[in-house]
Design a protein around this ligand. Structure first.
Ligand SMILES: [Zn+2]
Length: 319
C-alpha cells in the first residue's frame, strides 16, 4: 500500500514541525450549510488567532453558497489535482476551476513549503455517516487528531476514511495544506441546517484547535491504534439499458446502515417493480449510502475495507 508513513510495528516517538497556520474552509459545496454557518460565526467573532495557532477562515465557493447549490459550473472539490491546478485559464474556464487556482495561490501552493500547515474543510452528507474524517493518504498527524476526537466526542460516532490517493491525484481542497482532511457529517439534507449536526461540527473544530495548541506547546501524544476505512470500490444504481434511468432504490435494509459490514447475499437494492438485488463478492463496509449529490453520477454508495493502523507517539520538533 502506498502509505506515506509505515505502519504495523511499534515505533519510537516521531517529532514533527510546529503547526502555526490552520486554514478552515466551508461552503466548498454551496448547499452544505453547517460549514457555511460555522465560518460566519467564526468571522463574526474575529477568530484569527487562538494561542499559538493563526486561523484563516475561507468560504471556498461563494457563488455556489449564494445560489445554495453544490456548484455552479463544476464540482469545486474535484478541481485540485496537479493537472487541473496547472491548466491554463481561458475565457471558457469554468468558475470553479478559476476559484481552485485562486485558493491554491492563497492556501498553497499545493505541495510547497508556503502551504498552510493544516487545512480542514467542512462538508455534510445526506448519508448516515456520523462524523467522518476523510483524508487522502495516511498521515500520523491526522490520525492522531482522529484519535483525539474519538476520545472526546460522544454525540456521534467518529470514524476515519482514507481515500488512498497520491498527492498529485488528490482532488479535494484539503490537499492544498501540508496536512489536510475533511469533516463529513450527516445525515443532513443539503440546503438545511440541523442543530445537532452544527453542534458536533463546532465541537470537532474547537477540539482540533485545542489539539493543535497542545501539540505546539510540547505535549507528547501517545501512540496506539486507530481503525480506518479505505475506499475500495464504487457501486452504481441499476439502470435501464435503453434510457440509462435508475431502476431501483437503496434497499431499506441498507438505508442508513453506513459502516455496517455488508455480507454476500445481503440486500442492497429494491427495484421499482419490487425485486431485491443482493450484494455479491467480498464482505465490505458501505459508506455514502444514498448520498443526494451522487445521483448525477448514478453512484449508490462506496465500499471500503476496514483496517487497524498502528501509530507512533508524536510531539513537536524543537530547534
Ligand atoms: Zn461536500
Amino acid at each position: 500500500m502506498p502509505y506515506r508513513a509505515r505502519f504495523g510495528r511499534k515505533m519510537e516517538c516521531v517529532s514533527l514541525p510546529p503547526l502555526s497556520n490552520f486554514a478552515i474552509c466551508g461552503g466548498t459545496h454551496g448547499n452544505e450549510l453547517t460549514g457555511v454557518y460555522i465560518l460566519r460565526e467564526m468571522q463574526k467573532h474575529n477568530v484569527e488567532k487562538v494561542g499559538s495557532v493563526s486561523i484563516t477562515t475561507v468560504l471556498s465557493n461563494p457563488r455556489a453558497v449564494d445560489a445554495c447549490r453544490r456548484y455552479t459550473d463544476r464540482d469545486l472539490n474535484r478541481c485540485f489535482t496537479d493537472d487541473l491546478l496547472s491548466s491554463p485559464i481561458t475565457e471558457s474556464t469554468p468558475y470553479e476551476l478559476r476559484r481552485a487556482q485562486e485558493l491554491n495561490a492563497h492556501l498553497g501552493p499545493k505541495g510547497s513549503e508556503e502551504a498552510v500547515d493544516l487545512l480542514c474543510d467542512m462538508h455534510n452528507t445526506t448519508s448516515n455517516m456520523g462524523l467522518c474524517i476523510i483524508f487522502n493518504s495516511a498521515d500520523w498527524l491526522i490520525l492522531h487528531i482522529c484519535k483525539y476526537l474519538q476520545s472526546k466526542i460522544t454525540s456521534m460516532p467518529v470514524r476515519a476514511l482514507q481515500m488512498d490517493l497520491p498527492l498529485s491525484e488528490a482532488f479535494s481542497v484539503d490537499s492544498l495544506g501540508k496536512h489536510g482532511f475533511s469533516f463529513e457529517i450527516g445525515p443532513q439534507p443539503h440546503g438545511v441546517l440541523r442543530a445537532d449536526v452544527f453542534n458536533t461540527m463546532k465541537e470537532a473544530v474547537d477540539l482540533t484547535i485545542e489539539w493543535l495548541q497542545q501539540f505546539n506547546s510540547g505535549r507528547t501524544f501517545e501512540g496506539g491504534e486507530v481503525e480506518a476505512y479505505t475506499r475500495w470500490k464504487t457501486v452504481h444504481y441499476p439502470r435501464d439499458p435503453t434510457t440509462d434511468e435508475i431502476t431501483a432504490a437503496i434497499h431499506p435494509q441498507l438505508q442508513d446502515n453506513d459502516f455496517k459490514l455488508l455480507q454476500p447475499g445481503d440486500p442492497i437494492f429494491l427495484s421499482l417493480s419490487g425485486e431485491t438485488v443482493k450484494h455479491e463478492g467480498d464482505a465490505l463496509y458501505p459508506v455514502f449510502v444514498n448520498e443526494c449529490a451522487y445521483y448525477e453520477q448514478k453512484i449508490a454508495y462506496h465500499l471500503t475495507q476496514k483496517s487497524t493502523l498502528t501509530l507512533p507517539s508524536i510531539n513537536v520538533k524543537k530547534d
